[in-house]
Design a protein around this ligand. Structure first.
Ligand SMILES: Nc1ncnc2c1ncn2[C@@H]1O[C@H](COP(=O)(O)OP(=O)(O)O)[C@@H](O)[C@H]1O
Ligand SMILES: [Mg+2]
Length: 142
């Protein structure tokens, strides 16, 4: 499905609604350029899970964990060299936690680990309007 967002608030609202359809153990890959809205989406998503702590970009650490009724792992692979680095620092254990919902920014870095049952969310800028984004959700890519 596709969604056209007109503002950061719009993206957050969309992610808030989207989070209501997600089950525990689900892994969601957020794919898009710098500034395309992955972290903005994550904020709205977390709020939808009842997580009020400020969700920020976890770029300087691999994972931020939030706990409420659901646990949320917000993973950012931006600084990883490759999938091996992810595995060395315990990435596989993170992904195999079925008690949490997992959001992954820059999942391109760990492409060999992509699975059929992940949800893939693509973020695209608009050439003409800097406040518009196209958000495309694919249930399966492999
Ligand atoms: N429709 C929109 N959706 C999301 N972010 C938007 C939108 N329009 C403008 N922005 C801005 O784009 C930037 C997105 O940043 P961020 O969510 O951190 O991106 P990423 O995590 O993909 O690098 C923010 O500065 C935000 O205010
Ligand atoms: Mg980000």
């Amino acid at each position: 499905m596709e969604y056209f967002s007109n503002s950061p608030e719009d993206t957050k609202g969309f992610a808030f609604s989207f989070s209501k359809k997600i089950n525990c153990g689900q892994i969601i890959a957020l794919i898009g350029d710098l500034g395309s809205g992955k972290t903005t989406f994550s904020k709205g998503f977390a709020k939808g899970l009842g997580i009020e702590n400020t969700v920020s970009s976890p770029t300087f650490k691999l994972v931020s964990e939030y706990h409420n009724e659901f646990s949320l792992f917000h993973i950012d692979c931006y600084r990883l060299e490759d999938v091996n680095e992810f595995l060395i620092i315990g990435g596989q254990e993170l992904l195999s936690n079925r008690e949490a919902v997992i959001l992954i920014e820059w999942p391109e870095r760990i492409k060999p680990l992509w699975e059929k049952d992940w949800i893939y969310v693509y973020f695209e800028h608009d050439d003409k309007n800097s406040n518009k984004r196209k958000i495309i959700i694919k249930d399966s890519v492999k």
